[in-house]
Write a protein that binds this ligand. Sequence first.
Ligand code: GTP
Length: 598
Amino acid sequence: MKQKYIRNFSIIAHIDHGKSTLADRIIENTGLVAHRDMKEQYLDNMDLERERGITIKLQTTRLVYKAKDGNEYIFNLIDTPGHVDFNYEVSRSLAACEGAVLVVDCTQGVEAQTMGNVYLAMDEDLEILPCLNKIDLASARPDETKKEIEDMIGIDAEDAPLVSAKEGIGIDGLLEKIVQVIPPPSGDENGKLKALIFDSIYDNYKGVVIYVRVFGGSVKVGDMIRLMATKKVYEVTEVGVMAPGHVPSKYLSAGDVGYICASIKEVKDARVGDTVTLDDDPTDQAMPGYKKIQSMVYCGIYPAEGEKYEPVKDALEKLQVNDAAFLFEPETSTALGFGFRCGFLGLLHMEIIVERLEREFNLSVVTTSPSVVYKVVLNDGTIKMIQNPTNLPDPAEIDHIEEPIVKADIMIPKDYVGTIMELCQKRRGKMLSMDYITTERVDLHYEMPLNEVIYDFFDALKSKTKGYGSLDYEFIRYENSNLVKLDVLLNKELVDAFSMIVHESEAYNRGRFVCEKLKEIIPMHQFEVPVQAAVGQKVIARETVKAYRKDVIAKCYGGDISRKKKLLEKQKEGKKRMRQFGKVEVPQEAFTAVLKYD
Ligand code: GTP
């Protein structure tokens, strides 16, 4: 296929602006999948994605489009996720493309992640094709949205296609624009093989499957390929394209997007961002690769009562294969035993990994309080990066603690300015500036501790703005802060899994909240259970779970032994979801409930 007939592009958008729906329409209109076979959100193939209606993993597919000029074009469409936690996935997709279709919901206008994604696309030097979606709605404001795009992004939006992804309006016009505006690839087909790995998955039969964009040369079955970062060499057993399932082809050459199988056993050998070349005729220029990703949030994941360590480890390894942003290493907790310290991009990312463990692997796990990474400077000048509150050194040894600060970009309708400023203030935010995007919408810039953003800031922002607020943030620096470790004691024993680092001014409120929550959640025992929150040796809050004996078979008079057995079994089942701390039983939900603090 001549490169001039190839278009490699992504669709980028703020969450819910209609990316996945538009991808569905593009797939339908190019004739890849007949309408009756269309499941909604064709590319969102994880159940979880379909349920939550969001895209988590990027999916790539190859389409054939017969353009008005009479030629057939190959479109390699790479879907991207829209949530702020998954920016990393977005840059990965973009690096494989020449252009990006920027979807803007014209009932909402430009939002925080519209901007965030545009910056990522500009970083990759992509041609940006704006496209206004949801024109079927009465509240559509295409002219205003065009002006917002021009003013805020600085690109011409005059001829931006107007579409309704839902109703299938304007899709042909968009497809023509893709052919006209997005440049074809221009790598040297006869040069040395140079292909960028932008994703990889583990397949039980084929081993590791790597997804590549070929920038130069070509690759076919039987070639010996070298992965430049790991320097490992493999024989290619299959190459092909995603249509969207794996369809083998003879070779892949410059400009193509496809997959390579080469009996690679370990995913860590096929690093996303690495360059593939030929072993006997290698290129000397590796692709720039990707920015090293920094986990922003850490938490402990432990096998729940009755679960084993090994299956959890296996599952985490499998999840890590195609999620380069997810990290884990073994750790132990006095309260929870052997488990893992895991690093995530944000809280949604964390929730998704936990849910996938439960659904896809049928494992039940306990998670500990999420924490950001603190920079602890000791009296002797040594610096320790602490991502587990339990590892905080003795306060006597600490000179000071620094916490990560982010720059947050918050876009809201002007009526909510007061409410949101109050929310940011409560989260220790410092306002940098406020700009009017239009007469109705405002862009607030804040500096805020990441610790205050990760918990439920996004949820609070959404609920306080009736869903109209949007947020994007990036790490800027570490800053000295007055932080303390808040511990929880159950029946006078410290439960390390509940420990968290909080700002001193918040310690008391937080301590009270945690004690009240635990009192609600911990079932009555045969003895009184004191629940205490402490900073150092000082107890700052206390509640008591009253004593009570729960006798499940008390109601069963007479001799129906099988019924009694059933009830006892049921009680045992219930116990599975409990953790034992000393003599105290704590339901697993307690670990997440103490975090929902507003
Ligand atoms: P993420 O994948 O989560 O980033 O979201 P997305 O941008 O892919 O949005 P999605 O395609 O899931 O669409 C969000 C919502 O908008 C869904 O309820 C769609 O049905 C709706 N929607 C998408 N396009 C249109 C449109 O043209 N008109 C109307 N009325 N609704 C639309």
